[in-house]
Each structure stands twice: as C-alpha cells, then as structure tokens.
Design a protein around this ligand. Structure first.
Ligand SMILES: *Cc1c(COP(=O)(O)O)cnc(C)c1O
Length: 464
C-alpha cells in the first residue's frame, strides 16, 4: 500500500517544472534549488515510511512551497542587524561600537569606489595610508607622531616587538591582565618576542620595585590599564609620571596601554578613572596604545601615539603590512577622529558618547512611551517601565553602572527563554536581558529610530 504512495510522489523534475519553483531561480542558484527539492522529497518519503498520510496531488505544490521556505532559511545572511536592548553600550559580541553617521558614510564611500589611500593628491606621488590619521591623532593626543593598526592587541604586539624584542619588559604583577577572548599580557609578550619581567605584588607595586628590576637587558617599562577589573582595599601603584621619570633616568621607553582610550573626559557622565590618551602623553609616556572601537566610538583599530622615532620604527616593521588597516576602516576612523576636533560634534554624533550622555529623564520618557505601545500588543501578560542599571561594557569601567530605564515584558503563553529566542531569530534580531522570568529591554542602547522596528519585532515574536 505504501508502495503506491511512494509512486504518487512527484519526481524531482515535476517539482522543478512548477511555476513557484521557476520563480525561485531569480534568487537562488539552480543546484541549490535541486538540492532543496531532493531534501524535501526525502522528508516526504520518510513521512510515508512512518505511515503518515501524504496526498500525491498536493504533494508537488507542498514540496514547492516547502522548498521556498527551506531556501529562504538556509540562504539567509549569517550576519544580521541586531537591536541592542541589553543596555551594554560597548557589547563586544554585538560589534562593540556603532559608528557615527558620518563615519559610516565615509566607510561606505571608501568601500564602493576608489580613494587616495596611498597617493598624495598634490604631487601625484605615492604616499602612506597612515597620513590620513597622523595629523588628527597628534592634535587630539598631543603626541609627536601616531599610527594605527588592526586592533589594540596588534598594537601591543608590534610595539613590544619593535621596542623590546629579546629584551625584558618590566610590568607590575597587578597589571598582568586578561581581556576577554585570550588577550593575556604574558602571552602577548611571548608572541612579540619580549621577555616578561614582573615586579611587585598583585596589590602593591612601588617605584623601587621597577627600579630594582632594571638591568642591562631591560628594553622598556610597561603600564597596562586594568580595564576590566579593579583591585580595591590596600593597594598601591606607581603614577605614570613617576614611571616616565624613571624611564628617562635609565634611557628606557615607557609604554602605556590605556585600553579604551577616551578622547573626552568621561567625568562629565559621572564616570571616573578611565585614562585619557592626552593625559598619558602629557605625563611622559613614550608610546600610548588604545582601541578605536571602545570609548572612542569608532571602528575596530589599535592606535599608537608617541615619539616620532618609535613610530617610524614601528611602521617599518614587516608586521605592519599584516596589521595595517583597510580603506574602509581607515575612512571611518578618520571621520570619527575629525569629529573630536570639535568636542561638541563628537558628543552629538558619536553614538557611544550620545548613549553615555542621554539624560535619565529622557530615558524614562522613552521607556514609558515604549511600554505604552507594547501594552497595545496581544499576547503580553505584563509590561512595566522601570529604572535599572546599564553598563559601558567592552572591558571598560566594570564597577560603574549607569542609571537607565528599561521595559520589562512577560508573554501570556511563551516562556521568557522562548520569547528571547524568537526575538533573536526575528528581523531585525533583538538581544535583551532575561531576569526573573521577564525580558528586560534597556532603552539606553536602543536607537530612537529602532523603537518602531522593535515593537514590530515583539509583535512578530508573540505570534503563535
Ligand atoms: C581592550 C583592551 C585591549 C585589547 O584591545 P582590542 O582593540 O580589543 O584588541 C588591550 N589592552 C587593554 C588594556 C584593553 O582594555
């Protein structure tokens, strides 16, 4: 009996001849369509084998529509736009820093055409791609010279390699940090060929500890900002100016990895203790390193600012070719840096700074407005706007939350985890926090233009 049913199944060619399938050829390659038809027919055969009823007449059409769904699912882009409702501003897993409109536009223009990446337009001669950044970085940090590579991890490697390969680099035990995703100072040191010389203890390191470690094979003194953790209590570390004076006394370069590298003082947002690139140069560091996509709010990059002789040596290192920035990043970084030339522009245009600076009252209004609209959706059991805490993230300021406003939602008949999953798989995807059986949507990291799409996304997720 089931043999008959098998015979009623359409052939691959019969399905391929259907109009619905022909239309798919506009969007998908033929071999993919054929493979999807085969996969669906295999599924149908399996259903028959299990004794499930399959109507031979409608089967071809059923197969055709399932093929369309299957291809739509399978061929979706892996990278999708996400609404960040987590309240974590620099969310590394969500791409860290969103770009200012002007920076995104610059990357787009660079991407779609040609630009004077390594040509001096005045003379028509070959030039260096680093020149697009050098002047702006010098103005913004007060350094003699500057350059940039792929990220701060690469910056650390190339700086240590240039300055101290085969030599000892003295660093406090309290600064042997790990930044998420396997950036560990001892390992980075190993990769660069420099030799780690740790001094002091986890909580206390004195200037004399550094001085006693200096010997004939010392290559540099290194300070690393403990971005993502804090030691409190009985602690002592050496101010950079004192370390710089010690370096000068012994003729040793002082390197300062400041991590985030704020270019505006974050005290205005009530955030304390994030080092500024300019202050580090002013305190006497020979080389200062920081990320482009943390508090700077630009594209992924590692910025190196400091003494001209060192920058020249770094740019001559063969690794520079491997670590260099591509044209799109360079364009976006230059555009971001130029915003900082007029601080008001940076505060207004750079999304990270805007999110840090949004007044609590405005966040409250937005959360209440969002809650009001969400209450109109069928399928939500509870919608509450309430005050909460957001975080800077990206390994910055781990101990300082930012007051924020959130909307908590709870579905009638979906678990919190299922609602979260549906929101992640929707278009656009939404990432939120889960807490006590509720989904928490923090408005601090949601762009205002995303509020409409967010409500639509929740509506879609609630559909059974
Ligand atoms: C984040 C961080 C790094 C790594 O920077 P990436 O740009 O992510 O490579 C290095 N050092 C410190 C102190 C950091 O905070």
């Amino acid at each position: 009996m089931s043999g008959n049913l098998f015979r009623q199944l359409p052939s691959v060619n019969e399905v391929l001849a259907l109009e619905g399938i022909q239309e798919l050829a506009r969007d998908h390659a033929r071999d993919l369509i054929v493979a999807a038809v085969r996969a669906e027919l295999t599924d149908l055969r399996e259903q028959i084998r299990q004794g499930l009823a399959v109507d031979g007449q409608s089967a071809a059409k059923v197969v055709a529509s399932r093929v369309a769904d299957r291809l739509g699912q399978e061929m979706q882009a892996k990278l999708r736009t996400v609404i960040n409702a987590t309240g974590i501003i620099l969310h590394t897993n969500l791409g860290r820093s969103p770009l200012a409109e002007g920076a995104a536009q610059a990357a787009y223009e660079a991407a779609r055409g040609y630009l004077n990446l390594e040509v001096d337009l005045d003379s028509g001669k070959r030039s260096s791609r680093q020149l697009a950044l050098r002047e702006w970085l010098c103005r913004l940090t007060g350094a003699e010279s500057a350059t940039a590579v792929n990220n701060n991890a690469a910056a650390t490697v190339i700086v240590l390699r240039t300055v101290a390969r085969g030599k000892e680099v003295v660093i406090s035990r309290g600064q042997l940090i790990e930044i998420g995703g396997s950036f560990r100072i001892p390992d980075i040191m190993g990769v660069s060929g420099a030799i780690l010389r740790e001094v002091g203890t986890t909580n206390i390191t004195r200037l004399s500890d550094y001085e006693q470690a200096i010997g004939p094979n010392t290559g540099a003194l290194l300070q690393v900002h403990t971005s993502n953790y804090r030691i409190s209590g009985f602690t002592k570390s050496v101010p950079l100016a004192e370390l710089a004076a010690l370096g000068k006394k012994y003729g040793l370069p002082v390197i300062d990895d400041i991590g985030s590298g704020a270019l505006v003082d974050l005290a205005r947002f009530g955030l304390q203790g994030e080092p500024m690139a300019r202050a580090s140069i002013a305190a006497g560091a020979d080389l200062v390193l920081f990320s482009g996509d943390k508090l700077l709010g630009g594209p992924q990059a590692g910025i190196i600012a400091g003494r001209k002789e060192w920058i020249q040596k770094i740019e001559k290192d063969p690794l520079m070719r491997a670590f260099r920035l591509d044209k799109m990043t360079l364009a976006a970084l230059e555009a971001t840096l130029r915003l900082y030339l007029h601080e008001e522009h940076a505060l207004r245009e750079v999304p990270v700074l805007r999110m840090l600076g949004t007044p609590l009252e405005e966040l409250r209004r937005r959360a209440e407005g969002l809650a009001e609209q969400l209450r109109g959706l069928a399928g939500l059991a509870a919608v509450t706007a309430t005050e909460d805490i957001a975080y800077v993230g990206g390994g910055s300021l781990p101990d300082q939350g930012l007051k924020s406003w959130v909307v908590e939602i709870e579905a009638d008949s979906l678990s919190d985890a299922e609602l979260a999953r549906r929101l992640r798989l929707g278009t656009p995807a939404v990432m939120a926090r889960l807490r006590g059986g509720k989904l928490v949507l923090d408005v601090r990291t949601i762009f205002t233009y995303q509020e409409g799409p967010l409500i639509e996304a929740v509506r879609n997720a609630l559909r059974i």
